[in-house]
Design a protein around this ligand. Structure first.
Ligand SMILES: Cc1cc2nc3c(=O)[nH]c(=O)nc-3n(C[C@H](O)[C@H](O)[C@H](O)COP(=O)(O)OP(=O)(O)OC[C@H]3O[C@@H](n4cnc5c(N)ncnc54)[C@H](O)[C@@H]3O)c2cc1C
Length: 386
């Protein structure tokens, strides 16, 4: 009998776990062997779903978060076993979602004993190799010194740590906190201003983390456009499957043409009393196709000019999270700034704590001339739809 295909999945977060689960569910017995490599045994939780804080909510309603495409109600059913009042429109915690992925992972292991091997390790190198029968294989080197030989390799490494937008000298660099390191954030002295660089979902997470303890120093959030994510509407209905939108069918594949068509659609929708979110939701399953239809220069154009605007409309905040954010802004405990950091240096006077703590202080930051409080924070309030 032919040897089973050996698939090595590097990374056991959301994508790696689901790849393993789906391979296991669809494979013919004895034809496949799967090895999942992850630095910890917490499979499925990755960066997004590892926090135990129930204040951190999914930014997608439960009805859209099933891990099994052929069972769209799978996650909602899991939630309802815990709390029957939850519905497809509920925004539940990311902790609960991590727990759901872990339970799916455990069930898969029980249903397919011996099929998936978990290596608690880190992949450090990947090389092409030739197998015993002359076939092309992959060699995966692990930090422990072991080597895995694979027929196929899946890279599910997740998000990389964000880079700071300008180069930092060692002294200043040592004061920058990783936005996902909540422990360090909790340790910040509460009387110093803090600057969060970015105004997206990770920045909002960091803000919520900092705002958990009473602070006397303000918290600033800064990004080039100063745009914050819009909010979802609360809805109790399940999302409907969407076919490819007619209004985009014959549109030439350019950013300008797509944007114009979408704008016209939004205008027409508004005239009928509809909501722009519905048009964006309708696009959700088709964005990979639209993206791939764009030539490389158009993709670059999108990233340069439109991505920030697209992101705040497409990746929205759960209503509860948006309300919390609005409150922090209204109370001036947080302020949004539109601007670009041009230089960053440590002031020696007045901020002696800088010497031994790990943070960025606004006092130590010089931002270009266009620095001004962002008006977008005020317009957010008008955007709140029931
Ligand atoms: C804070 C945050 C909140 C989010 N909220 C949502 C949400 O509400 N809804 C939603 O749909 N999406 C959300 N996302 C997007 C989310 O990141 C993706 O949906 C998904 O979780 C990404 O999965 P991933 O497998 O690519 O990465 P991860 O789940 O982060 O997994 C990557 C894994 O690879 C491991 N790894 C990395 N390098 C190696 C190596 N060399 N060897 C072995 N293992 C390695 C890591 O340790 C990690 O376990 C959020 C993202 C973030 C950052």
């Amino acid at each position: 009998m032919a040897r089973p295909t050996h698939v090595v999945i590097i990374g056991g977060g959301f994508s790696g776990a689901l790849t393993a689960i789906h391979l296991a569910r669809s494979c013919t017995p004895n034809r496949l062997r799967i090895t999942l490599v992850n630095p910890t045994p917490d499979i499925g939780r990755g960066l997004a779903y590892r926090f135990d804080d129930d204040n951190l909510l999914l930014n997608v309603p439960a009805g859209n978060m099933s891990a099994l495409a052929d069972e769209p109600g799978h996650f909602v059913a899991y939630c309802q076993r815990i709390d029957p009042s939850l519905s497809p429109g509920s925004f539940v915690s990311r902790r609960l979602y991590g727990q759901y992925l872990q339970s799916l992972w455990s069930q898969t292991q029980v249903a397919h004993p011996g099929l998936i091997e978990l290596r608690v390790d880190e992949a450090v190198a990947l090389n092409r190799a030739i197998g015993e029968s002359g076939e092309s294989t992959w060699q995966v080197a692990l930090a422990s010194g072991e080597q895995l030989i694979a027929s196929q390799v899946v890279l599910a490494l997740g998000h990389q740590r964000p880079r700071f937008p300008i180069s930092l000298d060692l002294e200043v660099g040592a004061r920058v906190i990783d936005p996902w390191n909540f422990d360090d954030m909790h340790r910040l002295p509460n009387d110093q201003p803090v600057l969060i660089v970015g105004t997206g979902h990770t920045a909002v997470d960091a803000l919520f983390c900092l705002a958990q303890s009473p602070r006397r120093g303000p918290i600033y959030l800064l990004s080039r456009h100063g745009l914050l994510p819009h909010r979802h509407r609360l809805s109790t209905t399940a999302p409907k499957p969407q076919s490819f939108p007619e209004y985009l069918r014959d549109v030439p594949p350019t950013v300008r043409a797509y944007t114009r068509a979408l704008r016209q659609q939004l205008k027409a929708l508004a005239q009928q009393g509809g909501d722009w979110r519905d048009a964006l939701n309708e696009l959700r399953p088709h964005t990979p196709q639209l993206w791939q239809s764009l030539p490389a220069n158009e993709q670059r154009r999108f990233l340069r000019h439109l991505q920030a605007h697209w992101d705040v409309h497409r990746h929205r905040l759960a209503p509860m999270a948006a309300q919390r954010l609005d409150q922090l802004l209204a109370e001036r405990r947080a302020q949004v700034i539109a601007g670009r950091i041009t230089t960053l240096r440590q002031l020696s006077d007045g901020v002696p704590q800088c010497q031994h703590s790990c943070r960025i202080l606004l006092k130590a930051i010089f931002i270009d001339e266009s620095l001004q409080p962002c008006r977008k924070t005020r317009s957010r309030a008008q955007d709140i739809a029931p």
